[in-house]
Write a protein that binds this ligand. Sequence first.
Ligand code: SAM
Length: 236
Amino acid sequence: MIRLFVDHPLAPEHPVPIFRDQAHYLNIVMRMEDGARLLIFNGRDGEFEATIEEIGRRDGTLRVIRQTRPLQMPPDLWLLFAPIKKQRTDFIVEKATELGVARILPVQTEFTNSERIRKDRLQAHAMEAAEQCGGTYVPEVEDLQKLDHLLDEWPEDRNLLFCDESLLGAADPLEGEPGKWAILIGPEGGFSDTERARLRDLPFARPVSLGPRILRADTAAVAAITLWQSRLGDWA
Ligand code: SAM
């Protein structure tokens, strides 16, 4: 059954308006007619079965029938990553959503090439990934911010898994307890010596190696989330 993210409160019997892109998708692309059924979720109330009450080229109305699944939150895991080329940044956001993160924070480091990101586009990628993978929660994609500033205000009770490419297989295995964590992935040019020294000094930072080979940043993001999820997350 088609799954659609709708940014609207959801409860049985409630009408849900849909607009342009979604009406076009259901009506024209998927050729759905009045009475057809689909699954909808809003990232807050869980997943619901709904029916198409009326649909046109530009708008329509769904009617909520019943809740099919409660909201299933991912672990309290943030992904901090330095944006790289557009497609690969899209890939990182999509895979992080599928693998299960609560928040996505693009960060600017000394060697980050991108000066800006398209937050709305990345948020749409997260939404689409949640639609496809059966998730009922969509991680918030934050604005691009300097890593240094973020570290200045870092919450002391949140561990930071610092993926340090200079360790190359040398670091201890991931240790720690489930709870509030974040993963940090650097840019194509890696971390600067100054950044590495600062990060290594932070009491909440856990430097980790992702094996003896240098991974591309998008590969590293998937590997790090998989490592964390399998040891401390909701896969364990
Ligand atoms: N300086 C290298 C380069 O130019 O390819 C490394 C950068 S790597 C492409 C991007 C990021 O992925 C790193 O900053 C690090 O966060 C992560 N990474 C890649 N390989 C890693 C490894 N073997 N161990 C830990 N982190 C790794």
